[in-house]
Design a protein around this ligand. Sequence first.
Ligand SMILES: *Cc1c(COP(=O)(O)O)cnc(C)c1O
Length: 430
Amino acid sequence: MFTPDDLDFDRQHIWHPYTSMRDPLPCYPVVAAQGCQLQLADGRELVDGMSSWWAAIHGYNHPRLNQALQQQMAQMSHVMFGGITHPAAVALSRQLVAMTPEALECVFLADSGSIAVEVAMKMALQYWLGRGERRQTFLTLKRGYHGDTFAAMAVCDPENSMHSLWRGYLPEHLFAAAPQCGFTDTWDDADFSDFARLAEQHHRDIAAVILEPIVQGAGGMRFYHPRYLQQVRALCDRYGLLLIADEIATGFGRSGKLFACEHAGVTPDILCLGKALTGGMMTLAATLTTREVADTISRSAAGCFMHGPTFMGNPLACAVAAESLAMVAEGEWQTQVAAIEQQLQRELLPLQLHPAVAQARVLGAIGVIETHQPVNMAALQQFFVERGVWIRPFGRLIYLMPPYLISAQALSQLTRAIRDALDHAGHFQP
Ligand SMILES: *Cc1c(COP(=O)(O)O)cnc(C)c1O
């Protein structure tokens, strides 16, 4: 049951992501979800184009994930991770070590993506302390997104995340110009010159490079050239800098490879995973690193890595993640993501010719329409719901990242809704 009164209470008392408490945009009550469908309180069904922000790769209410959760719950829902270990954490970490590049063998289980980034950055700081140096600067890319906690926010795009609001409070890091060469463009060495200049000037102060490999997500849904990432790795090697790959959005097949780093054949020193890790069932993230980084951290004056959240290694989350990764390892996602990519190419790329569209782009199971004008969120969201689809645009971006098991028919419903939405001037800000 969900009453108008509940909706009113929500509006009065509950914060939603990035919303005003004074004048919030409307929220749509969802009471159930199954496969690729979200069910609204009034009984309407929406085809899900968002995977709940990259997470629900296997769709909703999946019997295998539900069963893993129930089995774990019957054994033990939670136990502290200090001085205690448990089968679910070991099973999950074994899988993570096996499916990521060979050099990454030490796993830190964190409670959300932002925390996985905090952990990665803290690892880099402590790594340098272990080497007897105090290095506190990070080199990153404009248009990046790494989370909403303060250390993560300090390496997000300075404009999108309004660094001006936090001046004097956020540490100041180095931002290279965002890559301009797209994934399939002809590579131009000039694209790397700003990054190379910053690395050359500041490498003695830089603790690590942190970036989203290939796909810049929430900062603009941009797909950049694999050569850029290869050159980052080469410079990190030349100057002895750590490379942190934030694959929280891209991990587990979304970009068409298991991990986006594979597009460039690059191995990071520290890898952040989250979002799809539990198949979207609950919050869990992980930060993996090499034996060398882990050993060096342990040589720092602290003698240990200084992090340990209360719900670290939560057994319910670990058990569900282990089952989700077992499904990923079975490999069906490869044909599913390839089919989604081809269909998105057929159905979205032609929209490039629409006068409202600046660019259409597709990579793996991600389809993006960048418009000339920012969207009118409330109007466009309502239009999509009336068309029976769940698509959540932001800024000048209307994009799709559906669950991998979506049918061709349901995916067409999503792309048709986008196509039709473009024809209404009222869906865009003047
Ligand atoms: C979503 C995201 C995060 C933050 O994860 P949360 O679970 O929302 O804290 C960090 N980095 C990237 C690339 C993300 O997409």
